[in-house]
Every structure is written in structure tokens, then in C-alpha cells.
Design a protein around this ligand. Sequence first.
Ligand SMILES: Cc1ncc(C[n+]2csc(CCOP(=O)(O)OP(=O)(O)O)c2C)c(N)n1
Ligand SMILES: [Mg+2]
Length: 760
Amino acid sequence: MAAELAILERIQRKVLWLATWMVHWANTRPNADGTKVGGHQASSASVVSLLTALYFKALRSDDLVAVKAHAAPAFYAIQYLRGRLPAAALAELRSFGGLQAYPSRRKNPEVVDISTGSMGLGAVQATFGALASRYVADHGGAAAPGRVIVMVGDAELDEGNVWEALAEEAVQGLGRVLWIVDVNRQALDRVVPDARTRQLGAMFSACGWRVIELRWGRRLRALSKRPGGARLERRLEAMSNAEYQRLLRLAPAAVRKALVTGPGGKADATLDRLLARTGDDEVAALVGDLGGHDLAAILAALDEAETERARPSVILAHTLKGWGLPLAGDPLNHTMLLTPAQIAELRDSLGIAPGAEWEGFLPGSDEAEWVRRLPPLFTPPPARAVPPIPFEIDEAYPAESSTQEAFGRTLGALARLPGAAAIVTVSADVAVTTHLAGWINRKGVYFPTPKPHAFADLPLAVQWKESPAGQHIELGIAEHNLFLLLGALGLTREMSGVTLLPIGTLYDPFVPRGLDALYHALYSGASFLVVATPSGVSLAPEGGAHQSVITPGIGVALPAIAYFEPAFAREVEWILLDALRGLADRTGASVYLRLSTKPVDQSLAPPPSPEYRACVLRGGYRLIDARGEPGWDPEDNAVHLFAAGAMVPEAVDASRRLREHGVLASVFVVTSPDHLYRDLRGPAPYLETLVGADEEGVPVVSVLDGHSHALAFIGAALGVPQLALGVDDFGQSGARAALYRHYGIDAAAIVQAATVLLGG
Ligand SMILES: Cc1ncc(C[n+]2csc(CCOP(=O)(O)OP(=O)(O)O)c2C)c(N)n1
Ligand SMILES: [Mg+2]
């Protein structure tokens, strides 16, 4: 054991050096424009011992790790020492095409299991990953993988979304989850408030977790065992975080004085006696002797967590931010860098020769031998086949149907087919109101352990039967959880080889509520569908708090997800089937479907055809062609109406009315403003295919049930004048017609806009 610890001790010094050096290098290598490079030497040093214990001893090949974002340099150093990155990669930290500032699956999937960076998000998505693999195992997929180990900073736990997730009932049963909190009592700017540090254990316990505290290191614990020896520990534990941090920065002689002079300036004679035979340097070292740097204690804590299977565990590891570096414990060290002189001193103190800064373990050394004998780190298994999603389902839709209703019907029809086996739906307490009832009745609700079906004998419209076989996961009302769980379910293929087809539903106005989680889930490389409904002011009487306005712009702007807003039921079916097929074979992007509760006359839609379907998936089609009409003149009486989703009937109505005024309007249905916009950068923009060469100069009116800017690019792209109609203010209650009038998106407003464009 002692020999093992000695090797691990030397390994962690190497990790500390490489992490520190890598950041130094990034900041001193040639830098074309002088922009600050930055890096996190202190945050990395804080977890060097914890990461060393994990990556050089405790991890098994099926364990997944989410690393504290600001420890990326230490993590990369470890990947190098474990033979998974070349030294040259370390030298490219934060350079274009090189290792990212924060661990990124998207950019560095060969070494990064789970993306982190935005506080709280990666940690929660990783934790939901354990739920996702449990789900996969419960549905006959791969065996549940090993542990999910999540390392977070203590101030990171200020993010509310962390607690939203830990309070989720299903998380409490995830015995394979282990969190390691780096309790260095420092945030970015401030010392973490005392109450916060004291609350942590109780908060995890209240969420049903096993709490393991790694408070003090071996020497301080040994001292505490001596008669009267617990005095120092008690003194240290009673003081505020700020007072403790201050001690870390004092000269050794001053540390003793500050310690024995208790609160209120009174001398503590017992403590004075206890420390009498201990030198100043040793007293200062005792103060900084924390459990999170005691390798033996860390390994013991990891072993203890291993024995827990029924609930998640957390290790609260007390550490020093900047451990082993001259900036240790400095309250402003988050962004500090060692000076070149300090780097040289550190190098010399670690016995590294100038010029040998990038060297790993020498072949044949104890450390190299140690690493060679370790089990390999996680590498994902190959993907397995997915049950096929049909090309069509030929569902019948009522003469009047909303796109939301069409979604419910399509999913209900799919539920009867084998392809549905891979589909898992998720909702944050809005399953029924987003039309998932039919699906849930057929497929049941997922919970990792069976639960009694309390309403089985009652004739309820929705049978809420919870079991490990269910295919719908219902969360509490927390949109961050919704998107981060979608992110986890949308990565099971990459993690375990088993593909799930996750569909999350929520009210469209609450997309912004979870937006950074959605962004993170996409950034992390996950694939999923978001069905957002109801949307827009078409919801009418239910009012402004529930009417989404800015979401179309979000749909256009978000990378890695295609935003669709279909007008007719059949279009919903096609988009959904196509999206699921794209997810199944990973040929398609994630999809955001913005749906409406407004009933729409389905007879307005073109008859189904392969051409129509292809256009819907490309982003739009021409519904009414004015070109053939008598007297049509592109330079005089022609106008183009571009309408999305629920506004298509208004555009059709407007074109009819315009004809009465001698204006001939073609109507284009935009099924995906996102596709239409992105495609502009391609060699043959689809928009230019939609509009004929014989229509040059025809002005455009656009209309959607959302902010007008989402379609406002069309005129510029076609080089013609445009008036963009939409909802550019908060919504409010009212009859649909009254709202359309008020926001200027009804047929009359479209007619007026067209008339203005044609010069009155
Ligand atoms: C959502 C979010 N807000 C703000 C930041 C900027 N930020 C980066 S690190 C940090 C402090 C982190 O403190 P802690 O979690 O305790 O980490 P450590 O002390 O280990 O560096 C902050 C505020 C961020 N990365 N993400
Ligand atoms: Mg901290």
C-alpha cells in the first residue's frame, strides 16, 4: 500500500506539473493578435489528487466521468499520461482545432465522455445518463454500464438546476452515480459563503444521497487522536471560510499566532500548548492538510462509495484551490497564472530538467509500469441495429385538425408498430396537454422500479401505469431537467451502442426557460426531438404567459437542430417520421417541431405526393400559384405571401381577397424557416428554386405566429421589398380573431401589407 501510494504521489506531481505547464505554454506561445488565452491553473490543481486517484487507480473500463469544467488542463494531462493524447495535443490547448478550454465531446470525443463548461449542466446531463442507461437495460438493451462519476466545483452547486435534478425521484435510486464535490471554498470572485459549505451535506442527504465527507488529511487526523488534539480541528472547523482562506495566505509564523488567538482576540492556551512542539512550517502545513489531497483517504472514500448501490453517493472533498502552487488559496486565483519565474521554480522543485517539460513517465519507470497495468479507460461499443421506423403510416386526420393533434395521432399510430420500441417520450408535467395520452396509454410510464397502479380500477382517460417497461418518462416541472434528460437519452448510442429515439414535449413558451440546457444538450452531441406545443398567440384565450413569441428566432438560431413549423396534419407526420429515421441512423439532425392548437381546414393542403413530401422536408412549397392567372404581371400586380404554420389559412384567405382587388398573390408555405435560411449559404438556395425565374422583383409579405424577424430574411435573399408580419409584442388573452387583428397578422393585415408594397 505504501509503495502504491508513493507511485500515485509521484504521478499526481506529474499531473500537477503538466496541467500548470500546459496553461503556461498556451499563454506564452506565439500569439498573433495578443488576445488573452487564459486557463485555470488553480482550479486544475485543486482536483489533481482526486483525478489521480480516479484515473490511476479507481476507474474501470465501463465507468463514465464528467470532469469539472475548469479542470480541463489536469484532465488532458491525465489523458496524455494514460496514452490517449500525444504531447503535441497538450501544446495546442485553446488553439484553433486543438483541445478545447473545457472538456467537449463535440470537439474531442476521443477523450471526453461528457461535455462540461456551463456550470451545473454537464453534471446533471451526466447524472441523467445513468438513468438513460438504466432505461436501456430495462428495455433489453446493453447491460447497465459501470459508474457515472461527476466532478463538480463547490460554487457550481449554486446553480439551481443542480437541485432541480437531484430532487427528481428517479435520480434517488441511481446507485451507480457518484458525485465528487471539490470543496475548495472558492468561487470565481468570492469565497463561498459559510452557510453554503455547511449546508451541502444536509442538502445531498435530503435528496436521498449517501454523503461521504473528506475533510482533513492524514496528519491533522493523527494530531486529533492525541490527547487534546482535536482542539485544532475544532478551531479550524468553527472558523468562517474567509478566515480559513486568510490563514492559507499568511506567513507560517503568523498562522500560529492567528490560530492560537481565537475569536475576540482571546488566547487559546490549550491550542498553544498543543502546537508548542510543532514548527511554524508544520503548523501552516497542518492548516492546509485537507482530505481531498490525501490519496489514501480519497481511495478509501471511493471504496466506501462503491459499497452503496441503493442510492447515489457524494464525496465532499475538501481541497485547496491552487494546491501545490504559489497561488494556493489566494481568493483571486481563479484566473491567475504563474509567472515565468514561478514556473521555473516549480519545475526545479519537481525535478524536471529544462527542456523536459513535456516528458511523460520514462519507459520502465515505476509510474510507466503502473499505468501499463491499469485497465483501459472507457471506449464506446459499436452501435447496434435499430428497429426500423416506417416511411409512412397513412393515418387518417379529421377535416379540421391542429398540428398538435396530428402529432398525438401520428405517435399513437406509431405506437402500434415495432419501430416504436426505440422511442422514449419525456415531458416535464405536461404529457397529457401536449397530446401524449394515447402514446402513454399504450406504452406506459417508465420508472426504474415497479410502482402500484393506484387508479387501475377507475375509468380514467389516461392510464398512468408506472413500471420499468414503460416508454414515457415524466419529470417534475423543470425544463432544464427535460432538456438534459433528452441530452442523456440522445447519447445512449454513443455511450452504449443502443440507440434511443427520444421525443420531449413541452409548451413552446417554456423553451426559453430551459434554453441553456437545450443548447448544452445539443452541444454535447445528443440527438433528439423537441415537440413544442401550444405555440404563439393562436392559443388565444389562455393568455400572454403561455403564448410564445420569440421561439421561431430561437429555432432558426440554434445549431444542430432543425426547426419545423408545419401547417397541415400530414406534414407533421412526414416531418416526425423523417426525423425519427434520421435519428435512428444518425443521418439527420435533432428536430424542433413548433406546433399549434389552432384547428386548420385540411382541405387547403395539397394532395399527398412524393414531391409535396420532399418540399415539406426541404423547408417549404408553393400552395397557390398565381402565375397562371389571367393578367398576372410580375412588374405590376403580383405579390408573394410566405406563411408558416397556423398562419397559412390567413394567407390563403388574403390571396383570395387580393384577387378581388386585382392583385395576384402566390402563397408559399414555409415548413422550416430554419432550413430556408441555412440553405441560403449553399450553392443553390432552395428559396430560389421555390420562386421562379419569371418572378423577379415580385415583393414579399411574410407572416407567422411568432416574432416577424424569423422570416424577415426572405426579401433580402430574393432581392425584393418585403413586409414581415408577426407577433412582435407580448401575447394576451382574447379571441383568436381579435388577437390576429391586434398583432396585425390576419388576412386584412396581409392584404394591407401587400397593397402597400404594390404602391397602394
Ligand atoms: C453558467 C455559468 N455561469 C458562470 C460561469 C463562469 N464561471 C466559471 S468558473 C466559475 C466559478 C466556479 O467555482 P467552483 O465551481 O467552485 O469551481 P472551482 O472553485 O473549482 O474553480 C464561474 C462563475 C460558468 N462557467 N457557467
Ligand atoms: Mg470552488
